[in-house]
Design a protein around this ligand. Sequence first.
Ligand code: PLI
Length: 480
Amino acid sequence: MYRYYVKSQKITMELPFSESYKIKMVEPIRKSTKEERRRWIKEAGYNMFNLKSEHVFIDLLTDSGTGAMSDRQWAAMMMGDESYAGATSFYNLKRTVKKLLGFEYMLPTHQGRAAENVLFSALISEGDVIPGNTHFDTTKGHIEFRKATAIDCTIDEAFDTTVQHPFKGNIDLNKLESVYLKYPKAHIPAIIVTVTCNSAGGQPVSMENLREVYELSKKYGIRVIFDSARFAENAYFIKTREEGYAHKSIKEIVAKMFTYADGMTMSSKKDAIVNMGGFIALREEALYKKAAQFNIIFEGYITYGGMSGRDMNALAQGLDEGTEFDYLETRIKQVAYLGQKLKEYGVPVQEPFGGHAIFVDAKRFLPHLPEGQFVAQTLAVELYLEAGVRSVEIGTLLADRDPITRENRYPKLELLRLAIPRRVYTNNHMDVIAAALKNVYDRREEIKSGYKIIDEAPILRHFTVQLAPSHEETIGLLGP
Ligand code: PLI
């Protein structure tokens, strides 16, 4: 509904919201039939990662590396310096990281998990514990791969999708302090704060909480590392939800956020709006030197670390654009547009809406399915069959097995994530997604059972798992 107001005796219409960009290049996408989709998903072992992208109409698998670069980013690519050592593109990126994030030392890596691999090789040893706010799966994977333990200290509110809390990514300081009291300092190489917290639903961490976590950690002599993949979206939420920040620019907020970190890992494929890339940034010279050795072994020389010069240039430009308010407002309002539609249709979603995705509460959507039958994955298959929309399970499959007991881990939340690529889809696409999910919701009682595992890898199983319907008769759903 548009509001009207009177100005000089005339009725003036308030202008509606619109995107902060226009479109210069398009990529066709193709619809398919339900029959085709039934065949394709079966061939894919009911695993969204095994689907061919050409068999997907709207792809919400991830917002990682799937964004559209700007004309300025493409232009920056042309200026890439491909020298093996000392490339101008590296110094351009290093300068940008220093200016925006404040870190003296920077190591490029080919993506976020590579940054984790390099930094954790320098930091983490067997038997260590690393507290945090629901570590992302690759982060947890890299911790457990080193026979260390990730301890989740997220506030309890995050695990109830019906609770309204502006910063559901916050760390519970009591939980954190109990970790600091229980384990010797020598076995806590860092706390990892993920901004925004992906696994809890793209939920932000407040500036106040970042400060408190930092102060508490300093009291116990513990290093604070930010997993920064969506740091700019976090800053947007601080600006729009936390008292005292409404008049600050995103860049000012970002600069302040990182004063509460000793270092960071970055998957540039998210908030830096590039298709590939990552980096580590640090304040400590000694840790930088140690990590640099691992960077050379795993990634490449310290001035390229797995990235080409042109990609480092596009990344530097993306960091600058990604921390502009108009861009972030366009992005986050689109995610909220989808969330609002789904809410209106009665679909249960994590609230408040996240920054990069809408997370559907699969247990509330399909309460009659047993948790052992991969409820959110079942929903993902149904949504794909309904309209060719690819989403991703953030639930039991992703949670993997306990590394010691090998039992399935059942997370508190069983979610279906609808991740929105940056600057890619229009709100018409959001309407299609919402209508498709509403159709599935309306026939939810006809979905009588879920899936079972046929084959799985020992770690990060969700990428390659093969599934089959728990009961043959339930697949594919009834109706045309
Ligand atoms: O996908 P990478 O290796 O560039 O980044 C790993 C990674 C680290 N931290 C966080 C918070 C992530 O969300 C993350 C990757 N996320 C993916 C791929 C996603 O679909 O959310």
